[in-house]
Design a protein around this ligand. Sequence first.
Ligand SMILES: C[S@@+](CC[C@H](N)C(=O)[O-])C[C@H]1O[C@@H](n2cnc3c(N)ncnc32)[C@H](O)[C@@H]1O
Length: 194
Amino acid sequence: MTTDLEQKWNLRYADGDPAAASPCAVLKQFAHLLPPDGAALDLACGLGGNASFLARRGLVTRAWDLSPVAIGKLRAHAEAHGLPLRAEIRDVERQPPQADSFDVLVVSHFLDRALAPSLAAALRPGGLLFYQTWTREAVDDRGPGNPDFRLAPNELLRLFPNLRLVAYREEGLFGNPAEGLRNEAWLVAARPSA
Ligand SMILES: C[S@@+](CC[C@H](N)C(=O)[O-])C[C@H]1O[C@@H](n2cnc3c(N)ncnc32)[C@H](O)[C@@H]1O
């Protein structure tokens, strides 16, 4: 049975094309931190802009989302381009990633606070989390209207207390709102090596 949430995202992706999906800015900006190989996950991947980028960098990549439409399109895209990418329909709230399973984990524009401990635990020692999502402090109406799906000031910093901070960016409402990073926060953090 298709849930309302699935239906909503299926509709959103009906006209989408994974070839036009970009990786999130924090992943692009800090791509030099990626390992040359290993296992990566794009969680709540949508059309898989992050997943395709990771797979092109040589990481064996999984991409999970609850939308069968998005996953079907991403699978076809990966196959057509010979990418090392496995796209799977998966409700990540019901089935979070297993502990110690990924060298790189990317989450963009998805927020489920209860998942944070599982995400941190899913990293292998030395593994990196790239996270980018919407903040409540915003200069325009981009992003979800429901404040539950937006981060409070510095909340992304606090969600992963056991990871080592590598990079963080959140500019809130300071200064000239026409410049800089607005409406979003970026985090790159690592599981300390054993
Ligand atoms: C705003 S989109 C972001 C997609 C992609 N990460 C991006 O940045 O373009 C949010 C995604 O989360 C997915 N999603 C929402 N709840 C989910 C869940 N419980 N399990 C898996 N995916 C979920 C939706 O299907 C949707 O593709």
